[in-house]
Design a protein around this ligand. Structure first.
Ligand SMILES: [Fe+2]
Length: 289
């Protein structure tokens, strides 16, 4: 593998997650969306309708791959079959980049189907870094790792989440997928300043941002991806752009999924905030019918 430079990949603009409910309207209306993020595992199959639609939509739009099952933080050996299938999908759709979460999802073959946080220690950073390097070597490219929403923390942690992420970046030269909603959720649940998180992240490694909605239960927030982005998260997004510069951004909606036009309209809010921050022309309205 060639020496990895501390340089970001070209940006893509403003995207949405590709969801089955929108396949037909994307093909019929060619919406003004710059790119789509696909959930890798949904397409790591041998055939069928999802791949049929994936190929047709890929012909018209750039794509990135986003996984949920790499379990980069686990102590169980990385699943070689999973990596093989991930690479096959990448060969098929030639994504601009590949991401997964900085978390663990299970151990000894048991999948918890949840994105579980890690203890933020030197030992954990070394352990995860070795695995990130293994994955990057196998895929022949840098991967993006995403900060997760969390509801528990470890008494063993010796550093903040952003210090841990920065250390991991130094050890692996990986890139980052910064989920602004997840920062907000975790800051609420663990009572830290979300701006300190953004201030502590190496700006030159942030390749992509996620935005999403959540459910606030008063004492805590659950990250549900079933509602529009709330104003404090938009404010945090503006702060992140001011500090980090232009970053490819998308909205994640995984439940209570509205019409494509509604999500495209929500994405215009991100476009307009970026236009204000970088003093370019605002978007009047979405071009999606
Ligand atoms: Fe996310």
């Amino acid at each position: 593998m060639q020496t990895l430079a501390e340089k970001k990949l070209p940006g893509l603009g403003f995207g949405l997650g590709l969801r089955t409910q929108h396949y037909q309207s994307i093909l019929e209306t060619s919406p003004d969306i710059d790119w789509f993020e696909v959930i890798s595992e949904n397409y790591m199959v041998r055939g069928g309708k999802p791949l049929y639609f994936l190929d047709r939509i890929r012909a018209d739009y750039p794509m990135v791959m986003h996984g949920v099952s790499l379990s980069i933080g686990s102590s169980t050996e990385i699943d070689k079959d999973y990596l093989r299938d991930l690479r096959l999908l990448a060969d098929r759709i030639q994504p601009a980049w590949i991401s997964d979460h900085l978390c663990w999802t299970g151990i000894h073959g048991q999948n918890m189907h949840d994105l579980l946080p890690l203890p933020y220690t030197e030992e954990t950073a070394s352990h995860v870094a070795e695995r990130v390097n293994q994955v990057q070597d196998y895929l022949g490219r840098r991967i993006l790792l995403e900060n997760v929403s969390s509801y528990a923390s470890y008494v063993d942690s010796t550093m903040s989440e952003w210090e841990f992420i920065s250390l991991l970046c130094e050890k692996t030269d990986c890139l980052l997928l910064l989920d602004i909603n997840n920062i907000y959720v975790s800051s609420y649940n663990h009572d830290f300043d979300p701006k300190a998180f953004i201030d502590g992240i190496p700006a030159h490694r942030v390749q992509q941002m996620h935005l999403a909605g959540h459910h606030n239960h008063g004492d805590y927030i659950i990250d549900t991806h079933d509602a529009p982005v709330i104003d404090p998260v938009w404010d945090l997004y503006r702060y992140a752009l001011e500090r980090l510069g232009q970053v490819s951004t998308m909205i994640e909606r995984d439940d209570n999924i509205p019409e494509l036009a509604e999500l495209a309209h929500e994405l215009d809010t991100a476009r307009n905030i970026a236009a204000q921050v970088f003093q370019s022309s605002p978007v009047e309205k979405s071009l999606v019918a």
